[in-house]
Design a protein around this ligand. Structure first.
Ligand code: ZN
Ligand code: ZN
Length: 399
């Protein structure tokens, strides 16, 4: 996240995150003339830490200003880029907003929001798009040690997530749209009695993320057909029995060139190497060192804007785990912690850009990016990969 904030001369407001005296004001809130309470921060760190939840304040206010004459609403929304599509969930290509696209990929229309039956227990953002417990929880600051009972629920949920991802993996081939992948993921998740966690999380319009070629992460499933030679990452998170399980893999579509094969394989190895050091007493910042070392050997770069995260009853919580070298992550691993490691590795530069839809993160130079992710449990002696491949998992990697 590269969010700049304005410095305000003097304010007696408390920082929304930590309560210290605020010195910064969210520039977007100023622009939208939103109340200053709730938009004051003491430091860039606190601003960044709260950004993912704070930004929904902007979207909410913009959505509200669009109420009224539908045609006016749509015109206003278009002039704002695609913010509207996060609410409407469709018509993304009616008019492409101006954007200096970094690569050859373009957005396609997205289908309407999929249905979740009443019997499926839902997280608190399912109805209105706004997580309520997550942003204010103590677990944003302290790393929870899970009880054996919580761990058992995490095991079950992560296994469901794995099985759902495997359904998607089996369907990858040229001609399939990422929207069709999303439909498979959605239906498999519901069939398991689970909720697809990304659905309506901060208004995300689909049930999984599909990130093609130069998309680093958070690609929105749409009507584009996968082409021979593409690479596509599918990121699945499911919510079941009160906890989340999160994993992703990058797949080959048909015949993929040598360079992309090496990128995907190296990214897979980065995650494997990182997992191999996980045990009690290891510093979280070491994860980034291991990943950076392996990526650099192949002259690949590591994305800095998106990190691994704690997970459990919350989708995203402490610890924050950067994947790049010389990071300043604090703390050491302890038995009973659960978190993800999910390195995003680029063929070219590490820098990312955001599409005007507010979600799709792409490489700044348009070159390809790959990612793999597991949800992990620190055990007394090492690590348990809660989202590990199963004997039934499809054999999609040549190594
Ligand atoms: Zn994920
Ligand atoms: Zn994740």
């Amino acid at each position: 996240m590269d969010q700049d904030s304005n410095t305000v001369a003097e304010t007696s407001l408390p920082c929304v995150k930590c309560g210290n005296t605020a010195r910064l004001q969210c520039p977007k809130c100023l622009e939208l003339k939103l109340p200053q309470e709730g938009a004051a921060f003491c430091s860039q760190d606190c601003f960044k830490a709260l950004w993912s939840s704070h930004k929904s304040v902007h979207l909410n206010s913009e959505v509200h200003t669009f109420r009224g004459n539908p045609q006016e609403c749509i015109t206003a929304a278009l002039s704002k880029g695609w913010l509207y599509c996060l609410k409407k969930g469709q018509a993304r290509t009616k008019q492409l907003p101006y954007f200096d696209w970094t690569g050859t990929l373009r957005p396609y229309p997205i289908s309407g929001q999929r249905f979740v039956p009443d019997r499926i227990p839902k997280p608190d953002w399912a109805v209105d798009g706004i997580p309520k417990i997550e942003p204010v929880s103590d677990l944003q600051n302290i790393v929870e040690i899970k009880t054996p009972e919580q761990i058992e629920r995490m095991r079950k949920t992560c296994r469901i997530a794995r099985e759902v991802l495997d359904v998607a993996a089996r369907a990858i081939k040229p001609g399939v749209t990422t929207d069709e992948i999303d439909e498979l993921v959605h239906n498999a998740t519901i069939a398991a009695g689970a909720y697809p966690s990304p659905l309506n999380y901060h208004f995300f319009p689909k049930s999984c993320c599909t990130s093609v070629n130069e998309v680093i992460c958070h690609g929105i499933p749409d009507a584009r057909r996968l082409e021979d030679g593409d690479i596509v990452n599918v990121d699945v998170t499911v919510y079941y029995d009160g906890v989340h399980g999160d994993l992703n893999e990058t797949y080959f579509v048909g015949n993929v060139d040598e360079e992309s094969q090496q990128l995907v394989r190296c990214t897979y190895e980065c995650l494997e190497n990182a997992i191999s050091i996980v045990k009690p007493g290891v510093r979280f910042r070491e994860v980034g060192e291991v990943i950076n070392r392996h990526a650099s050997m192949s002259k690949l770069s590591v994305v800095k804007s998106y990190c691994g995260h704690g997970i459990g009853e919350l989708f995203h919580c402490a610890p924050n785990i950067p994947h790049y070298g010389k990071n300043k992550a604090v703390g050491v691993m302890k038995a009973g912690q659960t978190f993800t490691i999910e390195p995003m590795i680029n063929s070219g530069v590490w820098r990312d850009r955001m599409w005007p839809d507010g979600w799709t993160a792409v490489t700044a130079d348009g070159k390809r990016s790959a990612q793999f992710e597991h949800t992990l449990l620190v055990t007394e002696t090492g690590v348990e990969v809660l989202t590990a491949r199963l004997p039934s998992s499809p054999n999609v990697f040549p190594w």
